[in-house]
Design a binder for this molecule. Structure first.
Ligand SMILES: [Zn+2]
Length: 211
């Protein structure tokens, strides 16, 4: 896909942030892989005002190769994921209320619902705490993700990956819904968790789901 088309895709996605309830104001960030590196949203601009030319293109050495604004403070995390994960072409990071609420307990979301296996593991893991915008946070997120497509960031929010931006954005919505359902199940007496054998079966079924 051309860089112009990817820019339009990012703008269309961040415009849905407020409406979807996934992120308010200026929090959260989005990126997509390009042939030279990745395109990423800038730091501190309200999403309704963001234009395609405001996005930064960065190379894998961390240089801004297109764009005049400051890139998102979380660019280390985006770069680390693109470097480590060839299967990932897009990343969405948001501070959605339920996922962030659980992330503040520094606990993973366990296998309470079969949909957890959509992300490729038996839980939505929670990355160890590190200050926002640091290489340490990038390392912690990468370690928690392993080959999963989603994780929580302790005392912060959630991050989702995808083969394309539509998938990464849809996953962010699914993480938030699951986090909400998990909170309800805790209030209702605590969920009965699915075992690894059942989760493996769910993962296998998802590999052919909708194809
Ligand atoms: Zn954040």
């Amino acid at each position: 896909m051309s860089t112009d088309k990817l820019r339009d895709e990012i703008i269309a996605t961040v415009r849905q942030f407020n409406r979807s309830g996934l992120s308010y104001g200026r929090t959260g960030n989005v990126s997509t892989r390009t042939t030279l590196g990745f395109l990423i949203t800038p730091s501190g601009i309200a999403y309704e005002e963001l234009q395609a030319e405001d996005l930064n293109e960065m190379d894998m050495a961390g240089n801004v190769i297109a764009g005049t604004l400051k890139p998102s403070t979380e660019w280390y995390m985006h770069r680390a994921i693109y470097q480590a994960r060839e299967d990932v072409n897009a990343i969405v990071h948001v501070h959605s209320p339920y996922a962030s609420g659980i992330a503040c307990t520094r606990k993973s979301i366990p296998a309470f619902h079969y949909m957890i296996s959509v992300f490729g593991g038996v839980s939505i893991p929670c990355a160890k705490y590190a200050t926002f915008g640091t290489e340490e946070l990038a390392r912690n997120a990468l370690a928690a993700l392993a080959d999963n497509m989603a994780c929580l960031l302790a005392n912060h929010g959630q991050i989702t990956l995808g083969e394309d931006l539509n998938t990464a954005f849809r996953y962010a919505g699914e993480v938030e819904i699951l986090a909400h359902q998990y909170c309800i199940s805790l209030q209702a007496g605590g969920p009965v968790l699915l075992d690894d054998v059942e989760m493996e079966l769910n993962s296998e079924k998802f590999k052919t789901y909708g194809k």
